[in-house]
Design a protein around this ligand. Sequence first.
Ligand SMILES: Cc1cc2nc3c(=O)[nH]c(=O)nc-3n(C[C@H](O)[C@H](O)[C@H](O)COP(=O)(O)O)c2cc1C
Length: 228
Amino acid sequence: MSAGDTPHRFSDSEIAAVYRAIRERRDMRHFRPGPIAPETLMRLLDAAHLAPSVGFMQPWRFVRVTDTGLRAAIQALVEDERQRTARALGEREAEFLRLKVEGIRECGELLVVALMDGRERHVFGRRTLPEMDLASAACAIQNLWLAARAEGLGLGWVSLFDPEALARLLVMPAGSKPVAILCLGQVEAFYPRPMLEQERWASRQALGGLVFENRWNNAASTLFADDT
Ligand SMILES: Cc1cc2nc3c(=O)[nH]c(=O)nc-3n(C[C@H](O)[C@H](O)[C@H](O)COP(=O)(O)O)c2cc1C
């Protein structure tokens, strides 16, 4: 056994599949029309529900949107926020407006992920970092995202919305909060690179500049020897 190997290791092909899903997961905004089989949707929701959560509080709630009127109302909310975001961006307004930032109308399934109400009762791991509930919900979304990629389905995370307005549309209780609109569906092809990179909005930073050793901004030079 070489350094780093453990008896608990997956097989080489299983490991490759895990890394492939991570590498080839994309945020998708272009969808092919067509439904998702209910059993597939259930596998994806099960994957989300297996995520880690602070104090095992499982703060995630999923609202499946099947009503076409409600879907249109959600799309309108997002469009409103897209325009406000564009104005807030100042000199990048026109460039932003050219980007496709959601696929709500076209996707086969629309899900809203929300944080449950009554979260203040959960103190374990959240006394100094209450936002760990959101981190937990993000873990659930990432599980769903990776599982969807493995199933050949695209997912797009949309966060351009006023959470209070969306909560009203979904008749959510006080204290709960929607944190993501997920567009899930079949796709023609997965973007080979992040769409925002393809459209030259942003590019992936070099990892070596983001990993420090012992103190902030001190390069982890033994890990990134080639970069120095
Ligand atoms: C918390 C979160 C919120 C996001 N919100 C949006 C959004 O509102 N609209 C959008 O087009 N993409 C959104 N994205 C997707 C990012 O733009 C995307 O992850 C990033 O450009 C990298 O591309 P990739 O996911 O394909 O690697 C969001 C991603 C995350 C993690």
